[in-house]
Design a protein around this ligand. Sequence first.
Ligand SMILES: [Zn+2]
Length: 301
Amino acid sequence: MRNASQVGLVVPAFNVPYLPMVEPVVRAVVDQDCFALVETARLEWIKFESRGPAACLEEFFKWQKPDYVRLHLDHVPVIDEDNCRVDYLSIIRQALDLGYQSVMVDGSRLGLEENVAATRQAVELAHAAGVPCEAELGAVLGHEAGPLPPYEELFRSGLGFTDVAEAQRFAQETGCDWLSVAVGNIHGAVSGAVKDQKKVEARLNLEHLEELRQATGVPLVLHGGSGVRREYLLAAIEKGIAKVNVGTEIRQAYEAALRESGSVAAAQDAVYERTCWLLRDYFSLSGTRKLVTDSPPHRAL
Ligand SMILES: [Zn+2]
């Protein structure tokens, strides 16, 4: 992630709420000669069909190409989208024992002090296992069951945006390696009928993003990458976004193709095509793998 950040590239991270999505995502990343992450979040085991961290890891290891893809544990919430407390440390410990190559703790529904304390514990676990830990500060809305306020209102008011002074303190005190921030990005809806709807086209507050980058000094992560207007996304990469999560875009491609054809193979083809399109035409990353994997990781941010 540091390499990507230094050479002005981004590492896309693809969510796989259905296990058959792993193979076409890996194939697309290899065919486009990119470096990317495959990632799975707790809510995808609960609300979709990826079953759990062990099942995802097993599927990933069937298809993995270590020069091209790594496996990341996305969102382990301390308090989940339905407002329930989660035994987050044991999930993270389990994933580390299984062999996940990076993890995320999400204390963003806590107050600052509690988020710092929870994140620090997760960071210690991850670092003891020799892997990086992502954390989140601010509210990337969208996973919750209720309706979102109108997007433009959200954007104008800066509701939930990551606070710059808090982010500086948070990065210092937690030792997190990557920080997920809220600057206008929103998650794709995951519940009820709205999960099939076209996602709202999000904008990003780039000045705010730049301030966060300078204040924290760590690679920043953009969740809710599907549906961000392309010019904003490319500018955000220049301003310090080093990882972008993509879920809705490829999940809806899989679900729509499966609904139409009844064939998992056809749904996998749809995921392959969509992932190739994202890497090649949206992120413009084709052929950039070596720039990310070969850069010397010595220069501090
Ligand atoms: Zn997310």
